[in-house]
Write a protein that binds this ligand. Structure first.
Ligand code: PLP
Length: 490
């Protein structure tokens, strides 16, 4: 439910509901606690409105601590004006300007986008700090394109979570988990699915299902499972890893043949599992063409390797290719799907595969400490996402293309062919910038992007909490911040 606070100062009156179609742009909240002390009662002008989505109580809570009135508009983060300055009233902070700290929260009607910053008394500097009591944690930028993992559950998802029927998952009695597992198995074209806390755990369990200690895992060299899972294949499964240099995250059938031919033998190291990643994170969200996927799977199977699909973003791949997710999932022996990325859940992942393997996976899940109790609370988010957040991934992809095209036109080095789903990678080297400097400049401009494994490459990722407005603003801000216009002009 969307509510707003009456705008006059000190108002304690009822909070009339706003019509859903009211244009609700921004929520501004400034918390002021010099020396950790609340300064007294105050009021907040919530700009145009206040976001709902589980933050209905936010202004109530914060208002108790507010000491001045603030008017904000979209983009005002870091430029708050204290009431004393704005309106000439006696300044409660005047005596102690450096200690003034505040936070400002930007939101949308259906969800809070985040943006919690400390604000210096001179109003001109904003740095990010975790802000206790704000209800939003440590979001770093107004337009947060760092990852599709930063999404917050929507109001609808939170309702589904609140209404979830639950039971003890370890007894296999949680009806919502059971339903999600059935739905996910069908979605992925597999016999059975298991609900897990993370995609990392799903990948690591899968590797154990396909191998014995001392076996070889083959994967593209920049696969998540090789470079971002903290040596999990060695630690959890005792595997030797062979990374194959791929093109856009894909190794070829010939490359696989060469590796397997070299290492596959009953008396030597046995290549036992191939892991393919679709979409491929480090390659920039790229998608496997079906014929190439089939070719490597055929080689793997011909040599007796199990094929695991790290499909953390498999639904993005399916949407991009216009095929059913099951068409991709059923080609492989086991499949990981992440619920907390483009699908917008707070957490959760799926591992799917044949019955017999999934029964073993159930044991592994316990071994990893991943067996839960009333996990239906989060599984409900997964069911909601399957109903509401699948088709909309096409919007994320369109927004990524829009960003990429406009940035490219403005002189930002973007490889347009690489933009196949919701990632846009930017190589800042041609701009004469290092990765750190580029990230800092963009953050200062209010755009959050993140580093990649490539030394001079940063990435922007579109997601559920990024709308067309954000995209248009990022189109303006990013070329300027990176000096791309200067380069194009000069
Ligand atoms: C391709 C891929 N696989 C697995 C994971 C791990 O996901 P989680 O954070 O749920 O463990 C990620 C996370 O970014 C990923 O990109």
């Amino acid at each position: 439910m969307v509510t707003h606070r009456a705008e006059h100062e000190g108002a304690d009156s009822a909070e009339p509901a706003l019509a859903e179609d009211d244009h609700l742009g921004v929520v501004g909240v400034v918390e002021d606690r010099p020396a950790g002390r609340a300064l007294g009662e105050g009021a907040l002008d919530v700009g145009r409105a206040l976001a709902g989505d589980g933050v209905d109580d936010l202004p109530q809570r914060l208002l108790r601590r507010l000491s001045y009135r603030l008017r904000v508009d979209r983009g005002d983060i870091g430029r708050a004006r204290h009431r004393d300055r704005q309106q000439g009233a006696p300044g409660v902070h005047g005596a102690n300007p450096g200690a003034t700290q505040g936070c400002l929260v930007e939101g949308k009607p259906e969800r809070l986008l985040g943006g919690v910053r400390s604000i210096d008394a001179d109003d001109d500097h904003a740095t990010t700090v975790p802000a206790p009591g704000c209800g939003v944690q440590n979001a770093r930028a107004v337009i947060d394109l760092r990852s599709d993992t930063v999404t917050r559950p929507t109001a609808g998802m939170r309702e589904a979570i609140a209404a979830a029927a639950v039971g003890d998952e370890q007894y296999r009695e949680d009806p919502t988990v059971n339903e999600l597992q059935e739905r996910a198995a069908a979605l992925l074209g597999q016999e059975r699915a298991l609900f897990l806390p993370t995609a990392t755990m799903a990948n690591q369990i899968a590797l154990r299902l396909h191998t014995r200690p001392g076996d070889v895992l083959v994967a593209e060299e920049l696969s998540h499972v090789l470079i971002y899972e903290f040596g999990g294949p060695a630690v959890h499964a005792g595997l030797i890893t062979v990374g194959v240099r791929g093109q856009r995250g894909r190794l070829t059938a010939a490359q696989l043949e060469a590796v397997v031919g070299r290492s596959s033998s009953d008396v030597d190291q046995r290549a036992a599992v191939l892991s393919v990643e679709n979409t491929h994170n480090s390659a920039g969200g790229t998608v496997w063409p079906l014929d190439e996927l089939d070719a490597v799977i055929a080689v793997a199977h011909a040599h007796g390797l199990g094929v695991h699909l790290d499909g953390a973003r498999l639904v993005n791949a399916a949407v991009a290719q216009g095929v059913a997710v099951a068409e991709l999932g059923s080609r492989c022996d086991t499949v990981t799907l992440c619920l907390s990325k483009g699908l917008g859940c707070p957490l959760g992942a799926i591992l799917a595969g044949p019955d017999e393997l999934m029964e073993r996976a159930w044991r592994e899940k316990h071994l990893f400490g991943g067996a839960m109790r009333q996990a239906g609370i989060v599984a409900a988010a997964g069911l909601y996402a399957l109903d509401h957040h699948v088709d909309r991934l096409a919007d994320d992809h369109a927004r990524a293309r829009r960003l990429a095209g406009a940035w490219h036109a403005a002189g930002v080095p973007v490889d347009l062919e690489q933009v196949q789903t919701n990632f846009v990678q930017i190589d800042v080297a041609p701009l004469g910038l290092g990765r750190r400097e580029a990230l800092d400049r963009l953050r200062a401009a209010g755009v959050g992007v993140s580093a990649t494994v490539h030394e001079t490459v940063i990435r922007a990722v579109t997601h559920l909490d990024i709308g067309d407005d954000d995209v248009e603003r990022a189109i303006e801000l990013v070329p300027k911040a990176l000096g791309a216009g200067d380069r194009a002009g000069g």
